[in-house]
Write a protein that binds this ligand. Structure first.
Ligand SMILES: CC1=C(CCC(=O)O)c2cc3nc(cc4[nH]c(cc5[nH]c(cc1n2)c(C)c5CCC(=O)O)c(CCC(=O)O)c4C)C(CCC(=O)O)=C3C
Ligand SMILES: [Fe+2]
Length: 387
């Protein structure tokens, strides 16, 4: 059913005239690695020894992170899904830590004549790292361009930005992960493992305990968000396979000094402990990551796989949501939901699991780096825009 000739139906994306695909960024070649790591760790006091260690992970992959190509693939998939639905909305890509930078994306939005953009962050969960840090980056970069009004509401004086809510509990994200885990169980059987005895281990990025505590302002903590979708995916996988699936949540990629507590167990420690108890078969599902970027390629496919092999386990790593159709369709649904909210309409915010839809406009003090420590940094897309 196409539009009637002679009419120009209002875009369902209004008031938005652009979509910002907002990501982390990563190096494209060896010479990028150190400057990239300095961007990531600016002002965080991460010692050079740790930078060199992380740099090794990148050099081992030719100095190139897969993340940029994966974001380009997601951008193309979003454009195709928008075109399929007849929605005319340009997609602009920007990153916090590598080119195209946030400032490049803002300039591109301005060149397009965009007035109000909706940001889609490539992180499904709420915490400082997955939410507020992006909101702060937008504000700080605008400020650096002389385009943040810090006298009043702390608003942008150029393109206005809204943000799509955290989507870990959106049906599209959960379905795409469920499909990927089912494929993982098939791959385990093909590898000679026993799917009826396999443990499903969900994996996400560890964060400091202090960041976990501060994330509760977002309606449920970072770990609680993962546990809620983990339970749901395991239940759906069990229903599809016709037997109960035991599951647990593990963490990867911790950094920081050993004296600072981060979320545990580490995936390697968990595998070691479970192997000692007799567990032989494992499906690892990286629900904390939206694509197979460096954390997945190194921390899971390289490190955790080596641990499992050493322990004599049969292990497979399930896919990430990447450009899977239910995920991409869900992201466009979320964009349309956000647009309807911005138009002041009553919206049915779809969720699965036991948690509510997370806020589209973050609460004051939401997802700070640490409790009780206002960052003093302005952040867009929240009720505390002036910080
Ligand atoms: C929760 C979370 C996500 C998941 C959400 C999401 O997907 O966004 C994520 C994603 C990513 N993290 C990435 C890379 C890095 N993260 C670092 C450091 C840190 N991450 C943290 C948290 C997270 N990070 C934290 C609490 C730190 C400590 C320093 C700090 O408090 O900020 C460091 C510094 C060195 C180190 O300390 O390891 C690097 C190089 C890449 C790019 C990968 C690629 O290149 O393919 C991606 C997608
Ligand atoms: Fe990280």
């Amino acid at each position: 059913m196409g539009p009637m000739s002679g009419t120009s139906p209002a875009s369902p994306a209004l008031p938005y005239d652009a979509l910002l695909l907002y990501s982390f960024g990563g190096p494209n070649e060896p010479a990028d690695v150190v400057p990239f790591l300095r961007n990531v760790t600016a002002g965080k006091g991460i010692p050079d020894s740790r930078l060199e260690e992380v740099g090794e992970h990148y050099y081992g992959f030719g100095g190139k992170s897969p993340i940029n190509e994966q974001n380009l693939a997601l951008k193309a998939a979003l454009e195709a899904e928008l075109a399929r639905r007849g929605i005319d909305l340009p997609v602009v890509w920007g990153n916090r830590n590598w080119a195209p930078y946030t400032a490049d994306a803002i300039a591109e939005l301005e060149a397009l004549g965009a007035q109000r953009a909706v940001a889609l962050v490539t992180s499904a969960y709420s915490s400082y790292s997955g939410c507020r840090q992006y909101r702060e980056d937008l504000a700080v970069v605008l400020d650096g361009m002389g385009k943040l009004d810090r006298s009043g509401a702390g608003a942008s004086t150029t393109v206005q930005f809204d943000k799509i809510r955290s989507y870990f509990n959106h049906p599209g994200f959960v379905q795409a992960n469920t499909d990927a885990v089912l494929e993982g169980f098939e791959a385990l059987a093909a590898k000679g493992g026993d799917p009826t005895k396999a443990r499903l281990v969900f994996v996400t990025h560890s964060i400091p305990d202090t960041m976990e505590a501060a994330s509760r302002v977002a309606q449920a903590t970072y770990s609680a968000q993962h546990l809620d979708v983990g339970a749901l995916i395991a239940e759906r996988v069990g229903a599809a396979l016709g037997h109960d699936v035991e599951w647990e949540l593990a963490y990867c990629s911790r950094s920081g000094p050993p004296s600072q507590p981060w979320l545990e167990p580490d995936v390697n420690d968990l595998l070691t402990e479970r192997a000692g108890e007799g567990l032989r078969d494992v499906v690892m599902s990286p629900i904390g990551f939206v694509s197979d970027h460096m954390e997945v390629a190194y921390d899971l496919d390289t490190e955790a796989m080596a641990t499992a092999t050493e322990l004599g386990m049969t292990a497979v790593r399930a896919g990430t949501v990447g450009t899977r159709e239910p995920f991409v369709r869900g992201l466009v649904d979320l964009m349309l939901e956000r647009a309807a909210m911005a138009r002041g309409e009553d919206v049915d915010q779809e969720t699965v699991g036991t948690l509510p839809p997370f806020r589209s406009v973050c609460a004051p003090g939401c997802c700070l780096r640490r409790d009780g420590e206002p960052s003093g940094v302005p952040a867009l897309c929240g009720a505390d825009v002036s910080a």
